[in-house]
Ligand binder design. Structure first.
Ligand code: 5GP
Length: 189
């Protein structure tokens, strides 16, 4: 395969996007998770080269300068995330389609670069209050970073209508089915 398709999942932090992505990856489709690079430190249980390529802020900046990224964003203040060109090559070389768990702006940028072969999916939380509750239950955030994520989520919701597909995640089983159907249809097209 010279270049496969790209499935971009974007959503505010805490919308259940990662759960949906993991579910889709377990369905036996020829998909490969696109591992992003980030300058944020790993959380407990996160593995370098599996969850992210964890880069120091200096190395991340060097890679920006040498145009190693397809797209990158300063998603939170001082914290950079991006998709490396080498990662797309890795996925296409093994004959798979890429699946991306990236922020709204990054998702739209991927679509801009590869308009024909990309399907963008926006996973919408039922409400900002529901999202705040999920983030609290997840227990990965400090009060400050939680507020930062909630504020960013409110901004990101305004971008939903620029995506090919919007999935409201109020019932996880329904959302899983809808994602699978939409993606299977797109891969056959
Ligand atoms: P987290 O810190 O929770 O792992 O991720 C924070 C945010 O960064 C999420 O919204 C996630 O989708 C986004 N993100 C992860 N990887 C990338 C990437 O490669 N590019 C962009 N633009 N955003 C990313």
């Amino acid at each position: 395969m010279e270049s496969g398709k790209l499935l971009v999942f974007s959503a505010p932090s805490g919308s259940g996007k990662t759960t949906l992505v993991h579910h889709l990856l377990a369905q036996g489709l020829p998909l490969e998770f696109s591992i992003s690079a980030t300058s944020r430190p790993p959380r407990a249980h996160e593995v370098d080269g599996k969850d992210y390529y964890f880069l120091s802020p200096t190395v991340f900046q060097e890679k920006i300068k040498t145009h190693a990224f397809v797209e990158y964003e300063e998603v939170y203040e001082g914290l950079f995330y991006g998709t490396l060109k080498s990662e797309l090559e890795r996925i296409w070389t093994i004959g798979k389609h890429g699946i991306f768990d990236i922020d709204v702006q990054g998702g739209l940028n991927i679509k801009k670069h590869y308009p024909q072969q990309t399907l963008t999916l926006f996973i919408q939380p039922p409400s900002i209050a529901a999202l705040e509750e999920r983030l609290q239950q997840r227990g990965t955030e400090t009060p400050e970073s939680l507020q930062q994520r909630v504020a960013k989520a409110a901004e990101e919701l305004a971008f939903a209508d620029q995506f090919d597909v919007v999935i409201v995640n109020d019932n996880l089983e329904d959302a899983k089915k809808e994602v699978f159907e939409r993606v299977s249809t797109f891969l056959k097209s």
